[in-house]
Design a protein around this ligand. Structure first.
Ligand code: NDP
Length: 479
């Protein structure tokens, strides 16, 4: 039987009765059939969400912020209790190594705990106006929110959106990627089991071009939070323009790790491979451009390449595995195409890019050296396990190359000099930067992109601003 979608907290078949098949990336075989939502299901979900929000009952919006926090704590508890189910489903559905998938379930629970605590600590203010009276600024939920999620981190990115949206009192309509809908549906069950009123919870798997667009262009959708490709983000901005919907976009990246010769080269070079090849390179924060000062270039490349060769690529369900398959044959082919393009443009493919005859969408991580920043491999997001190594000659050169990109999502900076770290960190045009580490995203801190990498910020207290409206009320002192 097909996995049913969730409308008003309950499992249903799609109104059309249609289903689609989800493929397991490690085998290329069918994993599950899932109900395929259509515009009629979007209409049902928005009707339920809007009725509860607009008729004053506002079950969830009117629940005290403290109580909302308690319920979100319960969501986190249930996620931890169901770790095996979530981690195994993510490993099989998205190809994540099981160790990573377990970490992601913990991070998903941590995200809910953070916003459980934030619910009653995000509030308005009193403004000292000159008229006689009291001027109050209120923070109110924005209304039904459409949360559109990609396939690379299906569970985690859904939680980055759901937790603050719910903490602020909004009804949620979650649209997972068609390649990876399974953990989103499990998450919908958890929200209802934790006590979020059922009319606030909707999970609609189905084709983005149809139901994503129906959700975005419907005037009842007050806000869209989207993560995915830059071109899709641009089309969402256009579709939501007539309704003046609030929109946050987390889009693509081509992030640079800059390694100066005064850094701990052994550490930087050993750490760098998983900053590109983690999740098989399907990470918007991947440091896919690695800029190395020329005097340290050969030493860095030798360690980087040896560390890359030691990465264990294989079955996501094995605890030994460090890199699983890519999500699809198409995604693997795109990576192979970029390796050939790089070769054709004069870059040196040092190792990797091999396809074995085992089933599944596996590809060994590819190291491409002597890349020039003008090459397509340095300018376009590959979203696969392909690292470009670029040499630079000076601090100014490094900053110029790092900033010479349409994107500005993430990045790293490795140096032994504190003054240089300050100078360079302030010069790089990116939303997130890590110094002497490659880890970028922490749910306590804001995350998002400059330039074509996005609009608005997720995570941190900034997300609480993004899911609320500001209302100003003046109470006159006059009788
Ligand atoms: P897509 O943009 O193709 O899809 C993302 C989501 O949008 C999916 O749920 C998709 O549905 C849906 N969608 C597709 N078309 C529309 C539409 N016209 N209207 C509304 N929704 C639509 O991205 P991918 O899934 O391929 O994800 C990979 C991309 O995501 C990469 O570019 C990556 O950089 C980016 N990304 C950015 C992050 C960030 O925080 N900046 C984090 C993670 C990924 P369906 O699956 O049915 O097509």
């Amino acid at each position: 039987m097909a996995e049913q979608l969730i409308i008003a907290g309950e499992r249903h078949d799609a109104a059309s009765g249609e289903t689609f098949t989800v493929i397991e990336p490690a085998t290329g075989a069918a994993l599950a059939d899932v109900a395929k939502a259509g515009p009629a299901d979007v209409d049902l979900a928005l009707s339920a969400a809007t009725a509860a929000f607009n008729d004053g009952r506002g079950t969830w919006a009117r629940t005290s912020a403290t109580e909302r926090g308690r319920v979100l704590h319960r969501v986190a508890e249930l996620l931890r209790e169901r770790e095996d189910l979530f981690a195994t489903t993510e490993a099989r559905g998205a190809g994540h190594p099981i160790g990573d998938a377990r970490w992601e379930v913990g991070a998903a629970a941590g995200t809910f705990e953070y916003y459980a605590g934030a619910a009653n600590k995000h509030f308005g203010s009193v403004v000292p106006v000159q008229d006689a009276g009291l001027d109050v600024v209120l923070r109110e939920p924005v209304g039904p929110v459409g949360l559109i999620v990609p396939w690379n981190f299906p569970l985690l990115i859904a939680c980055w959106k759901l937790a603050p949206a719910l903490a602020c009192g909004n009804p949620v309509i979650l649209k997972p990627a068609s390649l990876t809908p399974l953990t989103a549906l499990l998450l919908g069950d958890v929200l209802v089991d934790a006590g979020i009123p059922s009319d606030q919870v909707h999970v609609l798997p189905g084709p983005g071009g149809i139901i994503g667009d129906a959700l975005v262009s419907d005037p009842r959708t007050s806000k869209i939070s989207f993560t995915g490709e830059t071109t899709t983000g641009s089309s969402i901005l256009k579709s939501s323009a007539d309704n003046i919907a609030r929109v946050s976009l987390e889009l693509g990246g081509k992030s640079a790790a800059i390694v100066f010769a005064d850094a701990n080269i052994a550490k930087a070079a050993a750490d760098a491979p998983m900053s590109v090849f983690g999740n098989a390179g399907q990470d918007c924060c991947a440091r896919s451009r690695i800029l190395v000062e020329r005097s340290a270039y050969d030493e860095f490349l030798e360690i980087f390449e040896a560390t890359t060769r030691a990465i264990k690529v294989g079955d996501p369900l094995s605890t030994e595995t460090e890199m699983g398959p890519l999500i699809s044959e198409g995604q693997r082919q795109t990576s192979l195409d970029y390796i050939e393009i790089a070769r054709g443009e004069g870059a040196r493919v040092v190792s990797g890019g091999d396809v074995s005859d085992q089933a599944g969408y596996y590809l060994s991580p590819a190291v491409v050296a002597d890349v020039d920043n003008s090459m397509r491999i340095a300018r376009e997001e590959v979203f696969g396990p392909v690292a470009s190594i670029i040499a630079f000659d000076s601090e100014e050169d490094a900053i110029r190359i790092a900033n010479d990109s349409d994107y500005g999502l993430s990045g790293s900076l490795w140096t032994g000099s504190a003054p240089r770290a300050i100078r360079v960190a302030r010069s790089i045009r990116t939303g997130t930067l890590a110094v002497n580490t490659n880890r970028s995203v922490r749910y306590e801190a804001p995350f998002g992109g400059y330039k074509r990498s996005g609009l608005g910020r997720e995570l941190g207290m900034q997300a609480m601003d993004a899911y609320t409206e500001v209302k100003n009320v003046f109470f006159s002192e006059e009788d």
